[in-house]
Design a protein around this ligand. Structure first.
Ligand code: PLP
Length: 451
C-alpha cells in the first residue's frame, strides 16, 4: 500500500509533473509498511523561510493533468495531422445519444424558460426522476432532497470529498483506480491511502487489506464497481462484507456507480447502501448519465447522500458552478425517465467487443488479460514485455511502452501509471468493431517483435 502522492512513477508524457515531493510520514495506527504523503494543501512552508513568489498555488500546481484525457488528446492530434491512429484511450461510448433524449433537449432549447438558471441543486423534477430511477435500477430508496445534480459524475466526486474531508483525513483508495479520485481527494485537503490489488484477486480489494490500511485518521473509502480501469465487478457478498466493515468502523463510503448497467458474463451490480442499509447515513453515491445513455458531452451527473451532506454540497456548488446547464438537465430528465433499451443495445455491443478484445490480447506473447466483467475497459498486464527490445528501444515502464506503441503502431492506450499501478495498459473497447480488431492486431504485431 502506498500513497498516490508518491508520484515517482508518473511519467511526464502521461501525467504532468506534480509539485515538488511532499514529505512522507509513517502512521502509528496503521499495521504493516506504508508510506502516506501529506496533501499539498496541508504542507506549511518551512518555518523562518520567506515563501517564494508563486504564480500558481501549490494546491492547484500539484494537480496532474488527466492522463486519460491527455492520451485521448494526443491521439486526436495525431489523427488530425493525418496519422491513422486508433485510440483505445477514451472512456466514452462511441454511440450517439438516443434520439428521444436529443429531441427533448431540442424542444427545451426552444423554450425561453430553459434559458434561465435552475435551482443550484437541479431542476426539482429531475431530482425526483433521479430518485425514482435509483429506486428502479439499484433498489436504493431516497428522497429527491437527497439528490444533487452536478456537472457530470466528476463534479460529484470532487464535491463529495470536498464536503466530507478535513485536512489530513485519509481516504482508502483501492488501486488500480480512476485517475481523478486522488486529485479530487488532494484538492479537498485529504490524504489518499492507496491499497493495491492485482489480477490474482481479480482486482478486488479485501476487508483484510482495508483493515490493515485503516488508522484513526481514516475518514472514507472510495468504492467503484464496476471499475474503471479494470472492469472488475464486486460480487454481492464482498460488497456486503466491505459495507459492514465500513459501518463497524464509522468509515464513510463514496461509491461510484456510474457503470451500474454495464455488466457482462453473468456478473451483477450490487449497490453498497442497498446491500448494507445501515450505511445510509454515511454513504454518498456518485452516478450520472454519461456512460448509460452515451451522454458524456452533456455533463450531467449527481450525488446522493444524507440530507446534511447534500445541503452542504449544494452550498458549495452554488458558488462553484451554480447549476448544470438547464437544457442538459432537460435531456437528462428524458434519459432517466425513459426505459433502458438504448443501454441494453450498447451493452450487447460492448459485450461482443469485450470478448473479441480479451481473446485477441491474450494471444499476444507477454500480454495477460484478466476477463473484465463490467464497464468498457480491459486492463492487461504487460509486465513480461518490460525491459525487452522492440524496434531498437527497451521500454522499462508501461508508460514508455505505451509511448512506443503510439509512435510505432499508431495505437493509443493509457498506461497503468495513470491508475496507480504501473505494468498494465488500459484499453477501452467502446470503439467500432473494425477499429478494435485492427488496433489490437497492430498492437500484437509490434509487441510480438519483443526479444
Ligand atoms: C469511474 C468513473 N466515475 C465517474 C466518471 C465521471 O463521468 P462524467 O463526469 O462524464 O459523468 C467517470 C468518467 O470517466 C468514470 O470512469
Amino acid at each position: 500500500m502506498k500513497s498516490n502522492h508518491d508520484v515517482g512513477s508518473s511519467p511526464d508524457s502521461v501525467r504532468a509533473r506534480r509539485d515538488e515531493g511532499k514529505p512522507g510520514r509513517a502512521h502509528p495506527g496503521r499495521r504493516g509498511t506504508m508510506t502516506v504523503m501529506t496533501a499539498p494543501a496541508s504542507s506549511p512552508p518551512p518555518s523562518g523561510s520567506t515563501p517564494p513568489a508563486r504564480r500558481v498555488s501549490r494546491r492547484i500546481g500539484a494537480i496532474a493533468e488527466s492522463a486519460t484525457l491527455a492520451v485521448d488528446a494526443k491521439a486526436k492530434a495525431l489523427k488530425a495531422a493525418g496519422r491513422p491512429v486508433i485510440g483505445f484511450g477514451a472512456g466514452e461510448p462511441d454511440f450517439a445519444t438516443p434520439d428521444a433524449i436529443v429531441e427533448a433537449a431540442v424542444q427545451a432549447a426552444r423554450d425561453p424558460k430553459n434559458h434561465r438558471y435552475t435551482p443550484a441543486a437541479g431542476l426539482p423534477e429531475l431530482r425526483e426522476a433521479i430518485a425514482a430511477k435509483t429506486a428502479r435500477d439499484s433498489g436504493l430508496v431516497v428522497a429527491a432532497s437527497q439528490v444533487l445534480v452536478t456537472n457530470g459524475g466528476k463534479q460529484a466526486v470532487y464535491q463529495a470529498f470536498a464536503t466530507l474531508l478535513d485536512a489530513g483525513d485519509e481516504v482508502l483508495l483501492p488501486a488500480p483506480f480512476w485517475t481523478t479520485y486522488p486529485e479530487a481527494i488532494a484538492l479537498a485537503g485529504g490524504v489518499t491511502v492507496q491499497v493495491d490489488t492485482d489480477e490474482s484477486s481479480g482486482f478486488l480489494v479485501s476487508v483484510d487489506q482495508l483493515e490493515a490500511a485503516r488508522t484513526p485518521c481514516t475518514k472514507a473509502l472510495l468504492f467503484c464497481s464496476p471499475s474503471n480501469p479494470t472492469g472488475a465487478v464486486y460480487p454481492r457478498e464482498q460488497v456486503e462484507a466491505i459495507g459492514r466493515w465500513a459501518v463497524e468502523h464509522g468509515i464513510w463510503v463514496v461509491t461510484d456507480e456510474i457503470y451500474e448497467h454495464l455488466v457482462y458474463g453473468g456478473a451483477t451490480f450490487s449497490s453498497m447502501p442497498v446491500v448494507v442499509p445501515e450505511l445510509a447515513d454515511t454513504c454518498v453515491v456518485v452516478n450520472g448519465v454519461a456512460k448509460t445513455y452515451a451522454m458524456t458531452g452533456w455533463r450531467v451527473g449527481w450525488m446522493i447522500g444524507p440530507a446534511d451532506v447534500i445541503k452542504a454540497a449544494t452550498n458549495l456548488q452554488s458558488h462553484l458552478t451554480s447549476n448544470v446547464a438547464n437544457v442538459s438537465q432537460r435531456a437528462a430528465l428524458a434519459a432517466v425517465s425513459g426505459d433502458l433499451s438504448a443501454v441494453e443495445m450498447m451493452r450487447a455491443a460492448f459485450d461482443r467487443r469485450r470478448q473479441t478484445m480479451v481473446s485477441m490480447l491474450n494471444e499476444i506473447p507477454g500480454v495477460v488479460c484478466a476477463e473484465p466483467l463490467g464497464a468498457f475497459y480491459a486492463y492487461p498486464s504487460v509486465k513480461a514485455l518490460l525491459g525487452r527490445e522492440i524496434r531498437g528501444r527497451r521500454p522499462a515502464t508501461s508508460a514508455e511502452l505505451a509511448e512506443l506503441v503510439l509512435e510505432e503502431a499508431e495505437v493509443a492506450v493509457v498506461p497503468g501509471e495513470a491508475f496507480g499501478t504501473p505494468g498494465y495498459f488500459r484499453l477501452s473497447y467502446a470503439l467500432g468493431d473494425d477499429d478494435l480488431v485492427e488496433g489490437v492486431q497492430r498492437l500484437g504485431k509490434l509487441l510480438s517483435e519483443a526479444h
